[in-house]
Design a protein around this ligand. Structure first.
Ligand SMILES: Nc1ncnc2c1ncn2[C@@H]1O[C@H](COP(=O)(O)OP(=O)(O)O)[C@@H](O)[C@H]1O
Ligand SMILES: [Mg+2]
Length: 220
């Protein structure tokens, strides 16, 4: 395994970018973390790299640029096809492999089984990057099924699961169900922050994200 984490989610728009920034804030001061978004669709206006730079400013972590950038706000396979391109996994895998001392925090696009090209899904990229997965999940109704499906799909591919971060109004019943039926650590419950500022995120991270330090196993 490579040291680092791949932040995937149960869906698009669940909070992967905010969770990625929170991870940088949590561990960027003690470990050489480097965020990277290898595939971004909907450019512009979508720019997770810029949002992570904003939210994790002062964390000490690096934010890498570069990767596949596509204009249509759709699945990578489709955005690439519409741009007359095919996404090749090899250069995306080569980048972290070429800088093994960094602890890469890689954010996916969409969920786990989003297609990247005619053959590969996001899960295949995770496997080739050799990173453990953090799953960003909604806290609200519907999350148990989506989260358990995502965990099952990760395990069916022998992809290590580092934990789940729930985003939205904390829901103890949903957290307990995911922990129990998913046999997984819920590493934090990130409430809606309004406004979503670096200060508000950092204040939550101090007590709310991985208080037991379990992610060090994958990062240190
Ligand atoms: N804890 C939060 N508080 C406030 N807004 C949030 C929070 N988490 C996510 N959001 C907002 O919800 C939207 C989706 O979150 P994002 O992290 O971009 O999801 P994803 O990366 O999975 O697509 C964004 O507009 C983001 O700012
Ligand atoms: Mg995102």
């Amino acid at each position: 395994m490579r040291r680092g984490l791949f932040v995937t989610g149960t869906d698009t728009g669940v909070g992967k970018t905010v969770v990625s920034a929170a991870l940088l804030v949590r561990y960027g001061g003690e470990l050489p973390l480097r965020y990277w978004k290898p595939i971004q669709t909907g450019v512009p206006p979508d720019d997770d790299t810029a949002e992570v730079r904003r939210l994790a400013a002062g964390s000490g972590a690096e934010v890498a640029d570069g990767g596949v950038r596509l204009p249509d706000p759709v699945s990578p396979h489709l955005a690439a096809a519409r741009a007359g391109e095919t996404i090749d996994l090899d250069p995306l895998v080569a980048r972290p492999a070429g800088e093994p001392d960094a602890r890469w925090i890689v954010e996916g696009a969409g969920g786990l089984l989003v297609p990247i090209n005619r053959f590969a899904l996001m899960a295949d990229l995770i496997g080739r990057l050799e990173l453990a997965a953090v799953v960003a999940a909604r806290s609200t109704l519907g999350t148990i099924n989506h989260t358990l499906l995502t965990l099952e799909a990760l395990r069916a591919r022998s992809l290590p699961v580092a934990g789940v971060v729930m985003v939205g109004d904390p829901d103890r019943d949903n957290r307990e169900a995911i922990t129990r039926y998913g046999r997984v650590d819920v590493l934090g419950e990130l409430p809606r922050l309004d406004p979503l500022t670096p200060e508000a995120l950092a204040a939550w991270v101090r007590t709310g994200l991985d208080p037991g330090g379990r992610l060090r196993r994958w990062l240190a």
